[in-house]
Design a protein around this ligand. Structure first.
Ligand code: MN3
Length: 203
Protein backbone atom coordinates (compact mmCIF):
# COMPACT_ATOMS: atom_id res chain seq x y z
CA UNK A 1 0.00 0.00 0.00
CA UNK A 2 1.03 3.55 -0.49
CA UNK A 3 1.19 5.33 2.85
CA UNK A 4 -0.47 8.72 3.03
CA UNK A 5 -1.22 11.29 5.71
CA UNK A 6 -4.62 10.95 7.36
CA UNK A 7 -7.43 13.13 5.95
CA UNK A 8 -7.60 16.16 8.20
CA UNK A 9 -11.38 16.59 8.03
CA UNK A 10 -11.06 20.29 8.94
CA UNK A 11 -9.49 23.39 7.46
CA UNK A 12 -6.04 24.69 8.37
CA UNK A 13 -7.58 27.66 10.17
CA UNK A 14 -10.04 25.55 12.19
CA UNK A 15 -7.87 25.66 15.31
CA UNK A 16 -7.13 29.40 15.27
CA UNK A 17 -6.04 31.20 17.36
CA UNK A 18 -4.65 28.29 19.38
CA UNK A 19 -2.82 26.60 16.51
CA UNK A 20 -2.33 28.94 13.57
CA UNK A 21 -3.22 28.21 9.99
CA UNK A 22 0.30 28.52 8.56
CA UNK A 23 1.75 26.10 11.10
CA UNK A 24 -1.03 23.63 10.38
CA UNK A 25 -0.46 23.84 6.64
CA UNK A 26 3.29 23.34 6.79
CA UNK A 27 3.02 20.68 9.47
CA UNK A 28 0.49 18.69 7.44
CA UNK A 29 1.66 19.27 3.86
CA UNK A 30 5.41 19.20 4.44
CA UNK A 31 6.27 17.36 7.63
CA UNK A 32 3.49 14.80 7.81
CA UNK A 33 3.55 14.10 4.09
CA UNK A 34 7.34 13.88 4.27
CA UNK A 35 7.20 10.96 6.69
CA UNK A 36 4.75 9.11 4.43
CA UNK A 37 6.92 9.71 1.36
CA UNK A 38 10.09 8.58 3.11
CA UNK A 39 8.34 5.47 4.42
CA UNK A 40 7.17 4.59 0.90
CA UNK A 41 10.71 5.09 -0.40
CA UNK A 42 12.19 2.91 2.37
CA UNK A 43 9.79 0.07 1.50
CA UNK A 44 10.67 -0.01 -2.20
CA UNK A 45 11.94 -3.51 -2.98
CA UNK A 46 10.43 -4.96 0.23
CA UNK A 47 7.18 -6.41 -1.11
CA UNK A 48 6.48 -8.42 2.04
CA UNK A 49 6.26 -5.19 4.06
CA UNK A 50 4.28 -3.14 1.59
CA UNK A 51 0.94 -4.73 2.48
CA UNK A 52 1.35 -3.89 6.15
CA UNK A 53 -0.24 -0.89 7.85
CA UNK A 54 1.97 1.53 9.78
CA UNK A 55 0.62 0.05 13.02
CA UNK A 56 1.54 -3.47 11.90
CA UNK A 57 5.01 -2.27 10.93
CA UNK A 58 5.53 -0.55 14.28
CA UNK A 59 4.25 -3.49 16.32
CA UNK A 60 6.76 -5.83 14.77
CA UNK A 61 9.88 -3.91 13.82
CA UNK A 62 11.92 -7.08 14.23
CA UNK A 63 10.25 -8.39 11.08
CA UNK A 64 11.74 -5.47 9.17
CA UNK A 65 15.16 -6.13 7.70
CA UNK A 66 17.93 -4.37 9.52
CA UNK A 67 19.06 -2.15 6.65
CA UNK A 68 15.73 -0.30 6.63
CA UNK A 69 14.58 -0.83 10.23
CA UNK A 70 15.66 2.60 11.47
CA UNK A 71 14.03 4.35 8.50
CA UNK A 72 10.82 2.37 9.01
CA UNK A 73 10.78 3.06 12.75
CA UNK A 74 11.27 6.81 12.24
CA UNK A 75 8.95 7.27 9.30
CA UNK A 76 6.16 4.81 10.17
CA UNK A 77 6.33 6.38 13.63
CA UNK A 78 6.14 9.83 12.06
CA UNK A 79 3.09 8.86 10.02
CA UNK A 80 1.27 7.19 12.90
CA UNK A 81 2.11 9.83 15.50
CA UNK A 82 0.82 12.59 13.24
CA UNK A 83 -2.27 10.58 12.26
CA UNK A 84 -3.11 10.38 15.94
CA UNK A 85 -2.22 14.00 16.70
CA UNK A 86 -4.21 15.53 13.85
CA UNK A 87 -7.22 13.32 14.61
CA UNK A 88 -7.55 14.46 18.23
CA UNK A 89 -7.58 18.20 17.49
CA UNK A 90 -10.82 20.14 17.56
CA UNK A 91 -12.01 23.34 19.16
CA UNK A 92 -14.86 23.62 21.64
CA UNK A 93 -15.03 20.00 22.81
CA UNK A 94 -14.83 20.16 26.58
CA UNK A 95 -13.37 17.53 28.86
CA UNK A 96 -16.30 15.53 30.19
CA UNK A 97 -15.69 14.14 33.70
CA UNK A 98 -18.65 11.76 33.26
CA UNK A 99 -17.30 10.13 30.07
CA UNK A 100 -15.42 6.82 30.26
CA UNK A 101 -12.04 8.49 29.72
CA UNK A 102 -13.04 11.33 32.05
CA UNK A 103 -13.79 8.97 34.91
CA UNK A 104 -10.62 6.96 34.27
CA UNK A 105 -8.43 10.09 34.22
CA UNK A 106 -9.90 11.35 37.49
CA UNK A 107 -9.57 7.93 39.09
CA UNK A 108 -5.91 7.64 38.03
CA UNK A 109 -4.66 11.22 38.49
CA UNK A 110 -7.04 12.44 41.26
CA UNK A 111 -8.39 15.35 39.26
CA UNK A 112 -8.37 16.80 35.78
CA UNK A 113 -6.10 19.60 37.02
CA UNK A 114 -3.57 17.11 38.35
CA UNK A 115 -3.65 15.23 35.06
CA UNK A 116 -3.23 18.47 33.13
CA UNK A 117 -0.25 19.48 35.26
CA UNK A 118 1.47 16.15 34.88
CA UNK A 119 0.93 16.02 31.11
CA UNK A 120 2.09 19.64 30.76
CA UNK A 121 5.24 18.79 32.70
CA UNK A 122 5.95 15.83 30.40
CA UNK A 123 5.51 18.06 27.34
CA UNK A 124 7.56 21.00 28.58
CA UNK A 125 10.46 19.02 30.08
CA UNK A 126 11.09 16.69 27.14
CA UNK A 127 14.59 17.57 25.94
CA UNK A 128 14.93 18.09 22.20
CA UNK A 129 12.35 16.70 19.79
CA UNK A 130 9.61 14.26 20.69
CA UNK A 131 6.16 13.72 22.07
CA UNK A 132 4.14 13.69 25.26
CA UNK A 133 1.44 11.04 25.45
CA UNK A 134 -1.47 9.75 27.42
CA UNK A 135 -1.45 6.01 26.73
CA UNK A 136 -3.21 2.89 27.85
CA UNK A 137 -0.59 0.38 28.95
CA UNK A 138 -2.48 -2.86 29.59
CA UNK A 139 -5.31 -1.55 31.76
CA UNK A 140 -3.44 1.41 33.12
CA UNK A 141 -3.42 5.02 31.96
CA UNK A 142 0.07 6.49 31.86
CA UNK A 143 1.71 9.72 30.79
CA UNK A 144 4.90 9.08 28.88
CA UNK A 145 7.43 10.87 26.68
CA UNK A 146 8.95 9.52 23.49
CA UNK A 147 12.00 10.84 21.66
CA UNK A 148 12.03 11.81 17.99
CA UNK A 149 9.30 9.82 16.19
CA UNK A 150 9.30 6.82 18.52
CA UNK A 151 5.74 5.67 18.93
CA UNK A 152 4.02 4.24 22.02
CA UNK A 153 2.98 1.43 19.65
CA UNK A 154 6.63 0.26 19.59
CA UNK A 155 6.21 -0.35 23.31
CA UNK A 156 2.88 -2.12 22.98
CA UNK A 157 1.00 0.82 24.43
CA UNK A 158 -2.11 2.37 22.91
CA UNK A 159 -1.80 6.15 22.37
CA UNK A 160 -4.95 8.08 23.36
CA UNK A 161 -3.71 11.66 23.34
CA UNK A 162 -0.44 12.93 21.91
CA UNK A 163 1.27 16.28 21.73
CA UNK A 164 3.96 16.95 19.17
CA UNK A 165 6.67 19.07 20.81
CA UNK A 166 9.06 19.19 17.87
CA UNK A 167 9.83 22.84 17.17
CA UNK A 168 8.15 22.57 13.76
CA UNK A 169 4.84 22.18 15.62
CA UNK A 170 5.03 25.63 17.24
CA UNK A 171 8.03 27.69 16.17
CA UNK A 172 6.28 29.94 13.62
CA UNK A 173 3.81 31.23 16.18
CA UNK A 174 5.51 30.73 19.52
CA UNK A 175 9.22 30.70 18.56
CA UNK A 176 11.11 29.17 21.50
CA UNK A 177 8.18 29.41 23.93
CA UNK A 178 7.11 25.78 24.06
CA UNK A 179 5.17 26.25 27.30
CA UNK A 180 2.88 28.77 25.58
CA UNK A 181 2.12 26.23 22.85
CA UNK A 182 1.46 23.46 25.38
CA UNK A 183 -0.91 25.81 27.18
CA UNK A 184 -2.79 26.55 23.93
CA UNK A 185 -3.11 22.82 23.20
CA UNK A 186 -5.62 22.40 26.04
CA UNK A 187 -8.13 24.44 24.01
CA UNK A 188 -8.07 22.13 20.99
CA UNK A 189 -8.36 18.61 22.37
CA UNK A 190 -11.18 16.57 20.88
CA UNK A 191 -12.16 14.72 24.04
CA UNK A 192 -14.89 12.82 22.19
CA UNK A 193 -12.25 11.32 19.93
CA UNK A 194 -9.94 10.58 22.88
CA UNK A 195 -12.85 8.78 24.55
CA UNK A 196 -13.40 6.70 21.39
CA UNK A 197 -9.72 5.75 21.28
CA UNK A 198 -9.87 4.76 24.95
CA UNK A 199 -12.91 2.52 24.38
CA UNK A 200 -11.27 0.93 21.33
CA UNK A 201 -8.02 0.32 23.19
CA UNK A 202 -9.84 -1.31 26.11
CA UNK A 203 -11.82 -3.74 23.96
MN1 MN3 B 1 5.29 17.05 13.74
Amino acid sequence: MEHKPIELGYSYDALEPFIDSKTMQIHYEKHHAGYANKLNTALVGHEELQAKSVVELLKNLNAVSEEIREAVKNNAGGVENHNLFFSILKKDVLFNPGSDIGREIISKFNSFEDFKNEFTKAATTLFGSGWAWLVLDGNELKIIQTKDQDSPINRNMAPLLGLDVWEHAYYLKHQNRRAEYVDAFWNVINWKKVNELFLQAKS
